[in-house]
Design a protein around this ligand. Structure first.
Ligand SMILES: Nc1ncnc2c1ncn2[C@@H]1O[C@H](COP(=O)(O)OP(=O)(O)OP(=O)(O)O)[C@@H](O)[C@H]1O
Length: 342
């Protein structure tokens, strides 16, 4: 595989919750026309407020969706070495063969991976023994070496999940998800519910694992300061669509979408006692999104065109895409509340 070839290509992906309640069919357009590429050896953060479709998007990328969520259009292509696979065109056996070995998905909440009634050792066996395909002794040698690399004592293997602290459990979960050294790791809110100090440790661990293995990581969080800490590039999602995508520093210093500008500008800054202006209104109902730009009812820059025509996600600079008719008029955020990577 050429070095610059993306590991994941997503083209015009649409995934909807198709609901039939009391004989009335309804579609919640949680992922609506998403196009993106994930490169090798990068950390790609997906940001956006609650209910914007972040989890639905990465679940779809992870081929971990269940009805009523269905892919209704578009294409996903993973390239793992010589293996090129669209998980929605492939057989279940083909998808099972890449799971954990090439593609790992860490769902929201560490207990989603850990089996609460079995010792951590059993969770490692359940997830990793088959994909690794080595005798038990060699398997445990590799598991312990991996734990050691991640700074975790081998004793965690004998513990039950509830005996571990939240941070330790999340570290163990990341260890389970990465022990087969997957090329692609997808994580949903990997540090939410951890206190700030533990959060930093877990973020550093994800970064170390990613760098050591040269993997690609896609992760979701609504917390912009976590993105600032760890992401190489960020996609901002609003109402089921990517509205902006750029390297982290660009997102924080020169956004080209009013929603991004709001997200960055509303971050708290040390010593700043002024009240941040809240964004008026609520995100739209994804069963009946507004016409034109979905952000227009809340947008300070909205004009008639925004109410009528959907702005495409287009290049607005080097490695920078925005979906805004007035991208040129977006001003840098007033308050930078977080350390921005150089
Ligand atoms: N099982 C479901 N059936 C119907 N609609 C759903 C279902 N799960 C989620 N949705 C809807 O899909 C939309 C996107 O939800 P999603 O959970 O992907 O957002 P999110 O950005 O990850 O939010 P959060 O940060 O709160 O987890 C929301 O409107 C939500 O109400």
């Amino acid at each position: 595989m050429a070095d610059n070839e993306p590991v994941l290509t997503v083209e015009n992906l649409k995934a909807y919750y198709q609901l039939g309640l009391f004989g009335i069919n309804r579609e919640v357009r949680a992922v609506d026309d998403v196009t993106l590429e994930i490169r090798r050896n990068e950390i790609y953060g997906i940001a956006g407020e609650s209910s914007s479709g972040k989890t639905s998007l990465i679940k779809t990328l992870a081929a971990a969706i269940r009805p009523p969520l269905r892919v209704v259009d578009g294409k996903i292509t993973y390239r793992f070495g010589d293996l090129v696979i669209d998980p929605y065109a492939a057989s279940k056996a083909e998808v099972d063969a890449i799971r954990w070995k090439n593609l790992s998905y860490i769902m929201q909440g560490s207990m989603s991976v850990m089996n609460p009634v079995r010792r951590v050792r059993k969770t490692f066996e359940d997830f990793a023994m088959k994909p690794m395909g080595v005798p038990r002794k060699e398997f445990y040698r590799r598991v312990e070496a991996h734990l050691d690399r991640l700074g975790l004592p081998a004793e965690v293997l004998s513990a039950y999940p509830h005996q571990l602290s939240g941070g330790m459990r999340q570290r163990a979960t990341i260890a389970v998800a990465t022990v087969c050294r997957p090329e692609f790791i997808i994580a949903d809110e990997p540090t939410t519910a951890l206190d700030v100090v533990v959060q930093k440790d877990v973020l550093a661990m994800i970064r170390n694992v990613q760098q050591e293995m040269g993997s690609s990581v896609v992760f979701v969080t609504h917390d912009m300061s976590v993105h600032a800490n760890i992401a190489d590039r960020i996609a901002i999602v609003y109402a089921g669509r990517i509205v902006e995508e750029a390297p982290t520093r660009t997102i924080f210093t020169a956004p080209k979408h009013p929603y991004t500008s709001h997200l960055v500008g509303s971050l708290p800054r040390i010593g700043d006692v002024t009240q941040k202006a809240a964004l008026e209104g609520k995100p739209p109902n994804l069963a009946e999104p507004p016409p034109g730009c979905r952000f227009h009812p809340r947008c300070p820059l909205a004009i008639d065109k925004c109410r009528a025509e959907v702005p495409p996600l287009v290049n607005v600079g080097s490695d920078h895409r925005s979906a805004c008719w007035r991208a040129d008029e977006v001003r840098p955020p007033q308050a930078l509340g977080t350390e921005v990577p150089a």
